[in-house]
Ligand binder design. Structure first.
Ligand code: F6P
Length: 745
């Protein structure tokens, strides 16, 4: 109620104030004009009376007839306006007066005002009966005649008249105010209704006119809707983070800046086959799985090592080719790495040094000075390529993985204003272990050229910050999760990587039942046979041997599974130029042969080792055909196979067995989490997976699918880009403030 009154008052207050001001001015003017008018009127009446009586007064005076003179005065005062009259001598003596002449009015006081040559005097005078208008006018010329007459007029009539007019005017203004308030409120209500209807029509998408006065409100509503929509997307479930949204983020937060990515592995490789044909191969790489959809969404340039036998004949002179094949969403720029340099860079420093250093898998890291030289040279090559590709001073550069620890600092040296987002896909070891690398300080300094340095987990961030603390003179800002080195800030934060949702590879994969039947047929299994699956590059970090030992333990423990359970391992060879990988290959082959020989019978083999390369739809066909997927890395930054398996199971079935040493185990808690070194535990998990009731499978799988759908790779990229944009804004602000301070100096 009070609020309505206040609102009403606010609405009519301007009108009431205007009316009040007008009334005050008009009434004031009226009083002034009326006063002047009354006085003028009284003065001329007095003059008229005196002029008319003058001769007679002089005559009766000279005739010495005071009674007749008195009678004359009394007659004159019969006029309703003239209330009293007196005749005074020029010296100020009172000669004669009518009865009601006010006593305080003395001739003596007026005499000097009506001296010789004077036209007379008029003015208002206060007497006991009220205010009167007094006029003193000369009468006779000779000293013998009365000097002047004093005419007194009562002003009560004028006061009465003025009050009457004032009251009438006040009434008029009061009525005007009330009528005005009523009209304003009614008009407001009508126009508000129209206005509201138009606005509602406009907001609901009808064809209403976009009135100019709607503009500020519409702008606010549009901004609010956009914000709410983006917040809703943040909290809503599946598919909320999409390529379109990522593009929009790039546009809004980084003004659609061209993204330049660098990685060692290229997203697609052109190979010339034995038959002479050129084919496209997609490498088995977590980095590629994650980054490719991001680049498809953001476009830009992806600089990577051109490693395919037909890579150069399919690209242009500068190694450029549109990607992905047949789509042209981004540009792949293939870079040549001379063979010798590549050996030291890729096989040597990156994969014999850093890879075992960062993964706790008891493979001794090897650091050779010549590999370090090659690593530096290749990092420089890639940094140069970034500078060539940059079309402005502050491009957005995505530096990917452990092959490029030096690139961020090199790029920063050439493009000081670039937004450099570096992501380290593998674990970062603890500080003691990091120091095994003779060039650990250089690596850390190199990485600190980044605006943002992302790791898979908080633990890896902590390890890195700990290493900075130990080996560099830098300030650690734990509150902001940042490291400040020589005045430059790098945010060090966890950004757990993920996959695109839904995965593109699913498009080309048949329904689950078909995949199940086909794989069983291929393997010569019974239709009801159960299948366990592993998908890994042949790498000693993946725990492939431990897994096979667990399969052996399972078949030992559960003889009933022999003949009706097979474990399929998809294991494309990897880094075969390195001795430890060749040794792994031999060991795995020997182990599989031993287990197969031990349990195999009548054409059935417990382990099917598929050592060739599988394109993504093939891998997804396996995911859909399996009863469980075993992800048993002994150490792993994230392991996207776990997330791909979950994404492939839109039937809600299948069990994920996940090593506790993967980044994924921190996110997919509905998996059966195992210690891969504990063969018995892994074997028990496999048995549990094979027997898990459908409802439980569905409950676990649904929860994991919801998680991966929401925390997909677009979200990962968006978080890094948004944080990058924020750092760019604060750097720019600091620059402006510095400039302003410089100008003041
Ligand atoms: O993060 C590790 C990684 O770079 C992933 O992309 C992938 O799992 C693997 O290493 C690829 O290795 P490579 O490029 O040496 O084949």
């Amino acid at each position: 109620m009070l609020r309505s009154i206040a609102r009403l008052l606010r609405l009519v207050a301007p009108f009431l104030a205007t009316v009040g001001l007008l009334a005050w001015a008009i009434l004031g003017l009226l009083a002034f004009v009326n006063g002047r008018w009354v006085e003028k009127d009284a003065a001329s009446r007095a003059r008229l009376v005196v002029d008319a009586a003058r001769d007679e007064v002089v005559e009766r005076w000279e005739a010495g007839e005071p009674a007749s003179l008195q009678e004359l005065l009394d007659r004159v005062t019969r006029d309703e306006r003239i209330s009293a009259l007196a005749l005074c001598g020029a010296d100020g003596t009172r000669i004669m007066q009518t009865e009601c002449f006010p006593a305080p009015l003395g001739c003596a006081a007026l005499a000097p005002l009506v001296g010789p040559g004077s036209q007379g005097w008029s003015g208002r005078v206060d007497v006991p009966s009220g205010e009167v208008y007094v006029t003193a006018l000369p009468v006779g010329e000779s000293g013998a005649s009365p000097g002047f007459a004093v005419v007194v007029q009562d002003l009560a009539f004028a006061v009465r008249r003025e009050r009457l007019v004032r009251e009438a005017l006040e009434l008029f203004f009061a009525v005007l105010a009330i009528a005005g308030v009523v009209a304003t409120v009614a008009g407001y209500r009508f126009s508000f209704r129209d206005w509201t209807l138009d606005l509602r029509r406009l907001l609901l998408g009808g064809g209403a006119k976009r009135r100019p006065e709607f503009q500020p409100l519409l702008r606010d509503v549009e901004a609010l809707v956009a914000r709410l929509a983006s917040e809703a997307q943040d909290v809503s479930g599946r598919g909320a983070f999409t390529p379109a949204r990522l593009r929009q983020t790039l546009r809004r937060q980084l003004q659609g800046e061209r993204v330049i990515a660098i990685s060692h592995r290229e997203p697609f490789i052109h190979e010339r086959t034995a038959s002479g044909a050129v084919t496209v191969r997609h490498p088995p790489s977590g980095l590629v799985t994650a980054l490719e959809p991001v680049m498809r969404a953001c476009s830009g340039v992806w600089i990577a090592h051109g490693s395919g036998s037909a890579d150069w004949e399919t690209a242009d002179r500068r190694g450029r080719i549109a990607g992905p094949p047949g789509e042209a969403a981004y540009t792949l720029r293939r870079l040549r790495i001379p063979e010798e340099e590549g050996r030291g860079f890729y096989y040597g420093f990156s994969n014999e040094g850093l890879w075992p250093l960062c993964h706790l898998v008891h493979t001794r890291p090897l650091f050779r000075p010549e590999d370090w030289d090659a690593y530096q040279r290749v990092n420089r090559r890639f940094a140069d390529a970034v500078v060539e590709e940059a079309d402005g001073p502050d491009p957005v550069v995505l530096v990917q993985d452990y092959q490029f620890a030096l690139a961020p600092r090199l790029i920063r040296g050439r493009l000081p204003r670039a937004v450099i987002l570096t992501f380290w896909h593998i674990p970062w070891p603890n500080a003691e272990r990091a120091a095994i690398c003779p060039w650990h300080s250089e690596l850390i300094e190199g990485l600190l050229g980044s605006s943002i340095l992302g790791f898979q987990t908080q633990l890896h961030c902590n390890n890195f910050v700990e290493s900075v603390d130990r080996y560099l003179e830098a300030r650690i800002d734990r509150e902001r999760q940042a490291v400040v080195l020589r005045g430059e800030t790098t945010l060090v934060r966890p950004y757990p990587i993920s996959i695109e949702w839904p995965p593109r590879a699913l498009r080309d994969v048949p329904p689950v039942a078909e995949c199940r039947a086909a794989l069983r047929a291929e393997l010569g299994l019974r239709a009801d046979a159960q299948i366990g699956l592993g998908v890994d590059r042949l790498d000693y970090t993946k725990g492939i041997e431990e897994r096979f030992l667990a399969v052996e333990a399972l078949l030992q423990m559960r003889p009933d599974l022999r003949g009706r359970f097979t474990f399929v391992q998809v294991a494309p060879p990897s880094r075969s130029a390195i001795a430890s990988y060749r040794e792994l290959d031999r060991n795995v082959t020997t182990l599989v042969e031993r287990i197969n020989a031990r349990f195999g019978r009548g054409g059935w083999l417990p382990i099917a080792l598929r050592r060739s390369h599988h394109e993504p739809p093939e891998v997804f066909r396996h995911y859909r055909a399996a009863d469980f997927c075993h992800v048993g890395s002994l150490a792993d930054g994230m392991n996207l196979v776990a997330k791909e398996f979950v994404a492939a199971r839109d039937d809600g079935r299948g069990v994920l067995i996940l090593s506790s040493f993967t980044g994924a185990a921190r996110e997919l808690s509905e998996a059966l989490v195992v210690n891969p070194y504990d063969t018995t535990q892994s074997a028990q998990a496999m048995a549990a997976a094979l027997e898990m009731p459908v409802e439980e499978q569905q409950a676990r799988m649904t929860a994991m699918r919801m998680f991966v759908a929401e925390f997909n790779v677009y979200r990962w990229a968006e978080r890094m880009l948004v944080d990058g944009a924020r750092t760019r804004r604060s750097v720019r602000l600091r620059e402006r403030l510095r400039q302003a301070a410089g100008m003041e100096d």
